[in-house]
Design a protein. Structure first.
Length: 450
């Protein structure tokens, strides 16, 4: 007979304790232990009576067609690798207000044109979802809507296999009846996800789950949530404006190096056809302004890197970076101080990546260095050029991948040259001005404004 047992689970790290305490013994967080009721099966129960597996040749699995649901949103399909795989479980997460529900409602409407789609809302009432649909210009005649906070009911609906796609908004608001804790706790998120996954894997219904994020930006709930789903999508960007980036941090059915770029307006989320032109539309050529040829996934992108250097009014100079890692900026400033004639020890330095973009690749090093040098000396680039290249601690400019894509994007937008590492392999381009180190770049390509 099943026995009832009480345990306490930390909502921060998932640590399980048999007794309550004010502080979690594992992560040290306060007031995070929540009581849960667990049903234990006896050793003689059917749950412990296993059966031998009946394996089959993997060739029979390869012979089965892998159908995908095309969403009609090109950037979304590209990130997924061609569309949503039937029977898959996909998780999309992002900051509150960034546009997750808006994007998924548009996606549901687009898929509903050819397939049966159910949108399940656990956060909002049907009237609230209808208000958003009206604002987005969605008729919703083909789209089915349900409001529920029961993971058991949603799983039963998925198991009927009557729908090709089910969207659950969100996993933090649904709960399993067998668990005593509140919705959003570690146990509820884990068990609700498992129930929905089991229902999806029994048929061909694809499931999309909306996930919340913590104040640090990571997906809320246990890490196992990201492990058990098939695809993890992250919607990033500034929720008050600028571009929104959709990238896959995990994808069992496709690449994780693609990125979708969207922009929010009164009619919802729209893919940006030419993000480079939009980012540079309001650029003013001045000292401290350098155009970086970067990559978002496999898409080349031109963004403006701005630097402001000013003599500090305090005893300790201030360093501030927006859109790029501050530790990387501090490292580059130290390198410039040591390897060039720039004197930055008593200067405040501010770095800004225009358009709300977040740059993480090392190819931005040279652009940041040249922007700082330009701002510190009041100089501008001699030519209308883009800049890219990784910089080492010795000041050397190192090779970066996909140079051809960066050059092609620069030529398309009318730039006259590119400044970067010397090409050592393949056909050398006269468009690219290769340099050995940062000092050469500053001496050759910066001049005073006439």
């Amino acid at each position: 007979m099943a026995k009832e047992k009480v345990r306490y689970v930390c909502t921060n790290c998932g640590e399980i304790s048999l007794s309550w305490a004010g502080k979690c013994p594992q992560c040290g967080a306060w007031n995070t232990l929540q009581e849960e009721l667990v049903l234990e099966q006896g050793l003689g129960s059917p749950a412990h009576n296993g059966h031998a597996l009946h394996p089959s040749s993997i060739s029979t699995m390869l012979a089965q067609p892998q159908d995908r649901l095309e969403t009609g949103i090109h950037d979304f399909d590209e990130v997924l690798g061609g569309g949503i795989v039937a029977g898959s479980v996909n998780l999309i997460a992002g900051q509150p207000g960034i546009g997750k529900s808006t994007l998924l409602l548009q996606l549901a409407q687009a898929v509903a044109m050819k397939h049966k789609v159910l949108y399940v809302s656990g956060e909002e009432s049907g009237q609230q979802v209808g208000m958003r649909a009206k604002r987005l210009g969605i008729s919703g005649r083909e789209l089915q809507l349900a409001t529920s906070g029961s993971a058991d009911d949603i799983a039963a609906t998925i198991a009927t296999n009557n729908y090709d796609l089910v969207i659950v908004d969100s996993i933090q608001t649904v709960s399993v009846a067998a668990i005593a804790s509140a919705a959003g706790s570690v146990a509820q998120i884990t068990n609700s996800t498992q129930v929905l996954i089991q229902a999806a894997k029994q048929g061909t219904t694809a499931v999309v789950l909306v996930g919340h994020v913590t104040k640090e930006g990571s997906i809320a709930g246990p890490k196992v949530l990201e492990h058990v789903v098939d695809v993890v999508l992250q919607l990033e960007g500034d929720r008050y404006g600028g571009f929104k980036l959709l990238r896959a941090t995990k994808n069992r059915f496709g690449p994780t190096n693609e990125v979708g770029i969207f922009e929010m307006d009164g009619e919802g989320m729209k893919p940006v056809a030419n993000p480079s032109a939009a980012l540079l539309a309001e650029r003013q050529i001045s000292d401290g302004s350098v155009v970086l040829a970067t990559l978002e996934g496999t898409r080349p992108l031109l963004v403006e890197v701005q630097a402001l250097v000013n003599k500090t009014s305090y005893g300790y100079p201030k360093r501030l970076a927006t859109g790029i890692d501050l530790n990387r900026v501090n490292l580059l400033v130290a390198m410039l101080e040591r390897r060039t004639k720039l004197s930055l020890a008593e200067q405040d330095i501010y770095i800004n990546i225009v358009g709300g973009m977040r740059i993480t690749e090392p190819a931005a090093d040279l652009a940041v260095c040249m922007a700082i040098g330009s701002a510190a000396k009041g100089l501008q680039l001699k030519s209308n050029a883009v800049v890219f290249g990784e910089v080492g601690l010795s000041g050397e400019v190192r090779h970066v991948p996909h140079i051809d894509k960066r050059l092609a994007e620069a030529k398309k937008l009318g730039f006259e040259a590119a400044i970067g590492p010397i090409q050592k392999q393949g056909k050398k381009s006269t468009f690219l001005k290769g340099i050995h180190d940062v000092r050469d770049a500053l001496n050759q390509f910066l001049e005073r404004d006439a």
